[in-house]
Design a protein around this ligand. Structure first.
Ligand code: NAP
Ligand code: MG
Length: 404
């Protein structure tokens, strides 16, 4: 290899936990540092360090992304009761992803990595289908009630001056039943819309937004109208220049169109739809280990990561001294996504080229049949050779050298 590629602005590097923390270092050592004079501002979001700093480190890392614009994050443990014991924690710290998302006010986009030798379950799909899920409100912040006797339910809104602006009958119960109320706020819907428009422009792909405004004539219609207004005001011309389109349609319609499409679009979903559809699309594309994820803020800050977790079971094997065959693809693509974005923003074509070539090297290695265990059943490569993570990374580096 010739001389290292220089960077200008540092990347915000957020280290994590368990098996992905092990992979993180291997990826840097084997696939990045030999080629790039890596410049990062390092934040250790490993659970111990979060506990030591009373989770300040998580907040600081998100603030750093606001300063520099681009971050790359390793998977982290979201503690539950077992983890509090295992790591002797001061308290059950919140999900770092949740904390970062709320500081950046961002939306998460999940995108599958496509390789030739792993066929999606839907035959027509050739390009990735990216799902954006609105991550605020609706049934995730609902209020529910179990009705156990006859009576009436009403929807009431009182403003801060004490004036009752709405009182509507929901239902006159004749017997037992259930009740639920939910809400959303314009500000969050608008941030979601802007993040989606920014992402579609960044990737130069069409944006489809779906809801159910035929049934929900005020609630879902509000989502539709906010998207349309922001599009008209700030994005219509940019979309035309980029040669991409935006449209809103009914969720039923989108489901039918997506299944018949060849992919290659961003599908923006309301909170519940996104929860369900992202799992459906991820599974239909093959493997969670091949799914990347990026958080995009309405201001256009980017944070890249793998969609999967810390692969705890593999870590316990690793701790016993076993060499695991954990798939590093999604974590590598988090790095390439971040490096490419940094290269684009700082005008470093060599860095963009490196990120592209590294992705190609990874994909061609898998298509050549050199795979980790999770892909053994899925891959249709002619000669399959299941290797450890470390072997896979070295073989990919060897292939990368032929491309650079
Ligand atoms: P997980 O780490 O995604 O792993 C679930 C299973 O999926 C693994 O046991 C493994 O199956 C398979 N898998 C996932 N990624 C893989 C990879 N790269 N290569 C090979 N196989 C892979 O989910 P989890 O076990 O439910 O969660 C573990 C920890 O991760 C939890 O503490 C959770 O809080 C955290 N988590 C973090 C994030 C994040 O930071 N973004 C997201 C989700 C979960 P086999 O065991 O069958 O091989
Ligand atoms: Mg889900």
């Amino acid at each position: 290899m010739s001389k290292l590629i220089e960077m200008k602005t540092p990347l915000v590097e957020m280290d994590g936990d368990e098996m992905t923390r092990i992979l993180w270092k291997m990826i840097k050592d084997i696939l990045i540092s030999p080629y790039v004079a890596l410049k990062t501002e390092y934040y250790d979001l490993g659970l111990k360090e979060r506990d030591n700093t009373d989770d300040k480190i998580t907040h600081e890392s998100a603030e750093a992304i606001k300063r520099y614009g681009v971050g790359v994050k390793c998977a982290t443990i979201t503690p539950n009761a077992d983890r509090v014991k295992e790591y002797d924690l001061k308290q059950m710290w919140k999900s770092p992803n949740g904390t970062i998302r709320s500081i950046l006010d961002g939306t998460v986009f999940r995108e599958p990595i496509i390789v030739n030798t792993i066929k999606p379950y839907v035959k027509s799909w050739k390009k990735p289908i990216v799902i954006a899920r609105h991550a605020y409100g609706d049934i995730y912040k609902n209020v529910e009630y179990k009705v156990s006797e006859p009576g009436k339910a009403e929807l009431v809104f009182t403003n801060n001056k004490g004036e009752e602006l709405c009182r509507q009958s929901i239902h006159e119960f004749k017997g037992e039943g259930v009740l639920m109320a939910m809400h959303n706020v314009d500000k969050s819907i608008a941030s979601f819309a802007k993040s989606c428009f920014n992402y579609a422009l960044d990737k130069k792909i069409d944006l489809w937004f779906s809801a159910k405004d035929t049934i929900s004539k005020i609630y879902d219609a509000r989502f539709r109208d906010i998207f349309n207004q922001i599009y008209k005001e700030s994005y219509e011309n940019k979309f035309k220049e980029a040669g991409i389109t935006y449209f809103y349609t009914l969720i039923d319609d989108v489901v039918a169109r997506v299944v018949k499409s060849e992919g290659g679009m961003l599908w923006a979903c309301k909170n519940y739809d996104g929860d369900v559809m992202s799992d459906l699309v991820a599974t239909a594309f093959g493997s969670l280990a091949m799914m990347t994820s990026v958080l995009v803020s309405p201001e256009g800050y980017f944070e890249y990561e793998a969609a999967h977790g810390t692969v705890q079971k593999h870590y316990y094997m690793y701790q016993k001294g076993e060499k695991t065959s954990t798939n590093p693809m999604a974590t590598i693509f988090a790095w390439t996504g971040a490096l490419r974005k940094r290269g684009e923003l700082d005008g470093i074509p060599e860095l963009v080229n490196f990120a592209n070539k590294l992705e190609i090297a990874c994909i061609e290695t898998i298509d050549g049949g050199i795979i980790t265990k999770d892909l053994a059943e899925l891959s249709e490569a002619a000669n399959k050779n299941v290797v450890t993570s470390e072997e896979w990374l070295h073989l990919t580096a060897k292939h990368l050298d032929t491309l650079l």
